[in-house]
Design a binder for this molecule. Structure first.
Ligand code: OAD
Length: 255
């Protein structure tokens, strides 16, 4: 692994800017359950399609809102792990753009400054009717008398339900975010892919696009994924251990 970390670090050290694609694996060591893990305990009897869809929300806004409030609580309790921190520290030497499939705010809290949330942000809320355009963000904490334990509030502009600002099954990804992520994948010389199984489209197509356009893909994942065959280097370990070693090696080469 040491040789591979050294090879990966020398690739990174030659760049002025890199693109990083992260998935649920980068938050695993922070104790944030992956999308499917969050269906445990009292949520075990549901499957994602019953909760993470606009139809489910229309059918039972309170149930869907409560599941997201439960997950928001888990995110609030979580801390960025050394993997998140290492990606933020990498900005000391390179421009780093993080394209993330995760809806938690751990990259932000670790200090990364340029983040593209492809699947939205769980801590944000928006009008279900997008009455002032998509997204019509609503600061629910500022709504008079709002109690998150009482289910979703109403949009102060139009009265529709307020929903979490995340991408649900069957919904399009935020157009500008996907367009920027695609452009970055096409122009990247190096793409670092961390903690994604590479099965959820269109995010999963980005490493393949980058490789087709000439980028070297470096993957950090303890297990093989759909991305591994395309990776120039596979660092087979947990990101909380691998990323700090990788960033330290970059620093040693650039110091
Ligand atoms: P997955 O849960 O599909 O895959 C998680 C990946 O992280 C797997 O490849 C694991 O091997 C890897 N992994 C586990 N522990 C790790 C660690 N400590 N360090 C690094 N990697 C580790 O999550 P994603 O690929 O992100 O979509 O796909 C999740 C998406 O599917 C979500 O964004 C959600 C869901 O449908 C939407 O919400 C639209």
């Amino acid at each position: 692994m040491l040789d591979q970390i050294h090879s990966a670090a020398s690739l990174l050290a030659r760049q002025r800017e890199i693109v990083v694609l992260t998935g649920a694996g980068v938050s695993k060591e922070s104790g944030v359950p992956t999308f499917r893990d969050a269906l445990d305990g009292l949520w075990a009897r549901y499957d994602p399609e019953q909760l993470a869809t606009a139809a489910a929300f229309e059918r039972d806004p309170r149930l869907v809102w409560d599941w997201y409030e439960y997950r928001r609580g888990l995110v609030r309790q979580a801390q960025p792990n050394p993997g998140h921190v290492a990606l933020a520290e990498l900005e000391r030497w390179l421009r780093v753009v993080i394209v993330t499939q995760n809806v938690d705010d751990l990259h932000q809290r670790a200090g990364s400054t340029d983040i593209i949330p492809l699947h939205g942000a769980i801590m944000r809320s928006k009008c279900f009717a997008a009455c002032l355009g998509e997204p019509t963000l609503i600061d629910v904490a500022g709504l008079a008398g709002f109690d998150p334990a009482q289910g979703p509030p109403r949009c102060p502009h139009c009265g529709a339900w307020v929903r979490p600002d995340v991408v649900w099954f069957g919904e399009m990804l935020p157009r500008d975010a996907l367009a920027r992520a695609t452009r970055l994948a096409q122009s990247a010389k190096v793409m670092l892919v961390v903690g994604t199984s590479g099965v959820v489209q269109p995010a999963a197509s980005l490493p393949f696009l980058a490789a087709r356009c000439g980028a070297a893909v470096i993957e950090v994942n303890p297990s093989r994924s759909e991305i591994t065959p395309t990776a120039a280097i596979w660092l087979a370990g947990p990101s909380g251990e691998v990323l700090p070693r990788l960033v330290q090696a970059v620093g040693e080469q650039l110091a």
